[in-house]
Design a binder for this molecule. Structure first.
Ligand SMILES: Cc1ncc(COP(=O)(O)O)c(C=O)c1O
Length: 379
């Protein structure tokens, strides 16, 4: 489709491939799951998944059954883990799409058992999620032994994976990670003692994969196990300030153009609410793209963009479809010139991490927030 508007998110699939290979090598001998939920953190689920698989990922992770179905419809055959339980009514659809369910409630296990019997395709392979301290979803510790025994005796369910999720895996040296890691290891041991025989034990997200769990007493506590589940690092972004393996490359750039350039005199104001007053005569550029594209209103008088080889400030209120930038009194920029909102050709360009700090948020929310009306263009 022709693009009539210059706003686009450029996604470097080579970077995703490279990042997956780097993470796989870092976690070796653990396998790599690329988490591609939320449309690949905004990068596009199908191309991102394919690039990560090409780089060495062997699993994909999604949040929704629909996201798994989308990958299957695109012809992706790799194993796909759905990271939390959908409503029980989705059990049949999960099996039809050959998605690996995560389980932690009796209600959902019963739905899978019924769906599996209807299909007559033998025991349903599941990954059991243990709650080791995140306290969002997962099986709570007092129920572990009873459920391990129940699942070990079940002829309808085969537990092929056991996993948990770190709450502060991106905080170096946080003892909570050591606690979670130890509790998880004891859970896996108890599960095996009860007769379960999971092929894949997994715990680490990007933070945990990159940092490890730390040291408990004299002993290094392993966190990689058989598989690591990385999302943000696959896209080359920091999991938290400073937490990014050397060599990871950001995959997404957000690019637009100047649509209009005009003089503004000292004392003149601009955009909604007149929240910017020119301190001196200057040249203001208008750029295509606004909060409906994910260029959040919080960047008003705070953010910067990269144009003509330099950074300039976003001035005045970010509106739904446009922003205004102060090009400075000597500007020679003209309509049609490239503007990079983040990423771009030079190391002086704005980063997703800077956006996140300006907006008091995390890198994840920046790329997930680039809206569906921004075309993704792949390199
Ligand atoms: C259960 C689970 N595992 C792994 C991930 C990947 O996390 P990250 O993007 O920090 O690597 C997520 C993402 O939220 C998740 O929910």
């Amino acid at each position: 489709m022709p693009l009539h508007r210059p706003v686009r998110a450029e996604v470097d699939l080579g970077a995703i491939r490279h990042n997956a290979a780097l993470l796989r090598a870092h976690a070796d001998p653990a396998e790599l799951m690329a988490v591609v939920k939320a449309d690949g953190y905004g990068h596009g689920a199908v191309p991102s998944a394919q690039a990560a698989l090409d780089g060495g990922a062997t699993w994909l992770g999604v949040a929704l059954v629909e996201e798994g179905e989308q990958l299957r419809a695109a012809g992706i055959r790799a194993p796909i883990l759905v990271l939390s339980e959908p409503p029980p009514a989705a059990a049949t659809a999960m099996l039809e799409a050959d998605l690996t369910p995560t389980v932690y409630t009796h209600r959902f296990v019963q739905a899978l058992v019924a769906a599996g019997r209807d299909r007559g395709s033998g025991p349903v392979a599941v990954h059991l999620k243990l709650d080791t301290g995140m306290r969002r979803v997962g099986l709570i510790e007092p129920l572990w032994d009873e459920v391990f025994g129940y699942l070990a005796r079940s002829a309808d369910i085969t537990v092929t994976g056991i996993w948990s999720h770190l709450a502060v895996g991106d905080e170096p040296g946080n003892p909570y990670t050591v606690q979670q890691t130890s509790l998880f290891a004891s859970g896996v041991e108890r599960a095996r003692a009860a007769g379960l025989a999971p092929d894949l034990v997994h715990l680490a997200n990007s933070g945990g994969t990159q940092l490890g769990a730390g040291v408990a007493g004299e002993q290094a506590v392993g966190v990689h196990h058989d598989l690591v589940r990385t999302g943000i690092a696959v896209y080359g972004l920091e999991a938290a300030p400073g937490i990014r393996l050397d060599g990871l490359r950001p995959a997404m750039s957000l690019r637009s153009e100047l649509t209009l350039v005009k003089p503004v005199l000292a004392g003149q104001q601009l955009s909604y609410g007149l929240r910017f007053t020119a301190a001196h005569d200057t040249v203001i550029g208008t750029v295509a793209g606004g909060y409906a594209d994910g260029i959040r209103r919080g960047l008003t008088n705070t953010g910067q963009v990269w144009v003509g080889g330099r950074r300039v400030p976003i001035v005045g209120t970010v509106s739904m479809d446009q922003i205004t930038i102060d090009l400075g009194p000597e500007a020679t920029d003209t309509a049609g010139d490239d503007v990079w909102l983040f990423g771009g050709p030079d190391e002086t360009c704005v980063t997703v991490e800077e956006w996140a700090s300006w907006l008091d948020t995390i890198t994840y929310e920046v790329t997930c927030g680039i809206s569906a009306r921004v075309p993704r263009v792949y390199r």
